[in-house]
Structures are given as structure tokens and as C-alpha cells.
Design a protein around this ligand. Structure first.
Ligand SMILES: Cc1cc2nc3c(=O)[nH]c(=O)nc-3n(C[C@H](O)[C@H](O)[C@H](O)COP(=O)(O)O)c2cc1C
Ligand code: SF4
Length: 303
């Protein structure tokens, strides 16, 4: 964890209100004689102190100054007070996002992809480590190359999964993944690969022009959570920007299992990939929102 303190306080500006100390998780700041002082030896460098200070006295040096700048739209930088968001509009966005499986040939601009990444990083992260990485594939030709490499991976997997003694051996070792794959996916995957070989129909990324691969560097306290929270931000924002997205779990599996695919993508071996987001301009339009399965909901009451 990188908890070096990078908070500074301008004593001239500080009015000693104590708000920064109140919101500080690590007690990095203390108030003495109606002034704030950095006294702690650790900090999350989260920026709560700077965000709450009424006199602009606090700076967190490790936070990027231009982190709130976007290339394709002008953000409203004012903090949105609790209860002042448009919940109906937010829920409409969330419920209207659909996994997109039909795309036009229009490429996705790099500025748009970079803005999506930046929006991704507004997500929370365990101990504010922000160890996520975003590998962008902006060109369709590279998407096709990826699809072909992943296709080859699944051809090999299908070959192995068809061998009963291998499945049995894995099961005896308590590893049922290969048997589960054989039971649930093998046939469908084989059909899709055959179709790709015959017609070139993209069974994996559905013809998306681009992708954002979300990974994590080592050392994060909650790596999967961080990566997937950023991912959710990206797919929601993409919808609002006129883009369709689809998470491609099959590619995540292939990248995890085949180091050569990771190398091809230029992702260092110590990074773990958690999401592959196919991105493109959608060639589909829906009329209504649909519901979800009834969630299993329970209340806890110890009495
Ligand atoms: C972790 C994860 C992996 C997924 N992998 C794939 C995939 O490989 N291919 C695909 O077409 N859709 C994939 N999906 C999309 C799901 O099928 C989709 O989210 C689900 O059917 C609900 O539909 P919606 O996203 O339109 O609400 C994946 C979704 C998640 C969350
Ligand atoms: S919030 Fe700002 S003004 Fe208030 S004590 Fe902290 S540094 Fe001083």
C-alpha cells in the first residue's frame, strides 16, 4: 500500500473549522489552536480533506490536477449534494444499458475511449490504491486478431475437455471446471468456432470495433472489486455517450489461462485481467426496459 502522506495545508488560508479532520479516515490531520496540521504518518490520499475545506487550504499533491478534465464533454465540476441527483434518470440509464451484440463499422475515437477510462477511475477502490490498468484496443484489426487467438485457445480447450480420462483426473483432484465446461459450454463454443471458420462471423466480440481490458497490478487489497466497479462505471457512461458495450467473459478466461494472449496484448504477466469490455457504436435499438429475476432478499434482525 502506498500510504505516503501527500497532503499539504496552507496555514494562512485555514480557518480551523475542523471539517478536514472529521472526514479523514487515517487521522492524518489534527486541529490544534484553531489550525489544521498534518500530523499522521499515513494517508489514503483520497482527497476528502481538499473536497470539504471551505477555504481551499488543503491540497493533496499525489492527485492529478487534470483528473476531472475530459476530452469529449464538459463536466460539471461542482460537488453534487446528497439527495440532489436525478434518481429516475440514473435508474433509466442503468436499466437501459444492455449488452450490445450488434455494432456498426464506425470506429470508436481514442478521445472517447480515454474519457471512458477516466470515468472508470471515478470508482472507489480498496484503500484507494487505484492499481487498475486499462488496455485499449482501438482498432478492429486488432480485435479480429484477438478473436482468432482466443478461438484457437478454445479449440485446444475443447480438444482436452473431450478426453474423458483428463476430465476424470481433474475431477478426482477436486477440480470440476473442465467437466463443468464440457457439460455447459463445449458444444455451443464449438458451433460458434465452426461458424467463424466458415463465415467469419465474430462469435466473441460481436463485431465491436474496440475494447477496453480492465486489469489490476499486484498489491491491491480488493482487486476484483476495484476492477469491476471501474468496469461498471465505463459501461454505464458508454451508454450515455451513445456507445454499446458487452462484457466478454470468454476472453477473460482465455487471457487468464493462456499467457501468450496476455503477451500479445502487451499486458505484463504480473497483472490480472478482470474484464474485457467490447465497445462500439450500436446497430440495435430497444423499445422498452425489461425487468430482472426476483432477487433473493433477506432482512437480518438479531433479536
Ligand atoms: C462477467 C460477465 C461476463 C459476460 N460474458 C459475456 C460474453 O462472453 N459474451 C456475451 O455476449 N455476453 C457476455 N456477458 C453479458 C451477459 O450475458 C449479460 O450481461 C446478461 O445476459 C444480462 O443482459 P444485459 O447485460 O443486457 O442486461 C457477460 C456478462 C458478465 C457480467
Ligand atoms: S477544512 Fe480547511 S479550513 Fe477547515 S480546518 Fe481543515 S484546512 Fe482548515
Amino acid at each position: 500500500m502506498d500510504n505516503i502522506v501527500t497532503v499539504t495545508i496552507d496555514q494562512e488560508k485555514c480557518i480551523g473549522c475542523g471539517l478536514c479532520a472529521k472526514v479523514c479516515f487515517f487521522e492524518t490531520i489534527t486541529i490544534k489552536d484553531k489550525k489544521a496540521y498534518v500530523t499522521g504518518s499515513e494517508s489514503l490520499n483520497c482527497g476528502h480533506c481538499a473536497a470539504i475545506c471551505p477555504s481551499d487550504a488543503v491540497k493533496v499533491m499525489s492527485l492529478e490536477n487534470d483528473a476531472l478534465d475530459y476530452k469529449t464533454f464538459t463536466p460539471d465540476r461542482k460537488w453534487l449534494p446528497y439527495g440532489k441527483g436525478d434518481t429516475a434518470q440514473l435508474v433509466k440509464l442503468m436499466s437501459s444499458r444492455r449488452s450490445c451484440r450488434n455494432y456498426t463499422d464506425k470506429p470508436v475515437e481514442k478521445d472517447v475511449l480515454e474519457d471512458l477510462v477516466r470515468i472508470g477511475t471515478t470508482a472507489p477502490s480498496g484503500t484507494n490504491c487505484q492499481l487498475w490498468t486499462f488496455t485499449i484496443l482501438p482498432e478492429r484489426k486488432d480485435m479480429i486478431e484477438l478473436v482468432e487467438r482466443v478461438g484457437k485457445f478454445f479449440k485446444r480447450l475443447n480438444y482436452i475437455a473431450r478426453l474423458y480420462p483428463v476430465r476424470k483426473a481433474y475431477s478426482l483432484l477436486g477440480k470440476n471446471e473442465l467437466q463443468d465446461y464440457y457439460d455447459q459450454y463445449l458444444e455451443a463454443v464449438e458451433t460458434k468456432i465452426d461458424a467463424y471458420d466458415k463465415t467469419g462471423e465474430d462469435f466473441l466480440t460481436h463485431g465491436a470495433q474496440a475494447a477496453i481490458i480492465v486489469g489490476m497490478r499486484p498489491g491491491a487489497t480488493c482487486p476484483s472489486e476495484d476492477a469491476l466497479l471501474a468496469t461498471q462505471n465505463i459501461i454505464l457512461a458508454a451508454h450515455s455517450m451513445g456507445l454499446g458495450t458487452c462484457l466478454i467473459g470468454f476472453i477473460v478466461e482465455a487471457v487468464k489461462s493462456d499467457p501468450k494472449i496476455k503477451t500479445f496484448l502487451g499486458i505484463p504477466k504480473e497483472e490480472t485481467v478482470y474484464a474485457v469490455i467490447a465497445v462500439g457504436y450500436p446497430d440495435e435499438k430497444y423499445k422498452i426496459q425489461t425487468g430482472r429475476k426476483k432477487p433473493l432478499l433477506r432482512y437480518f434482525n438479531a433479536n
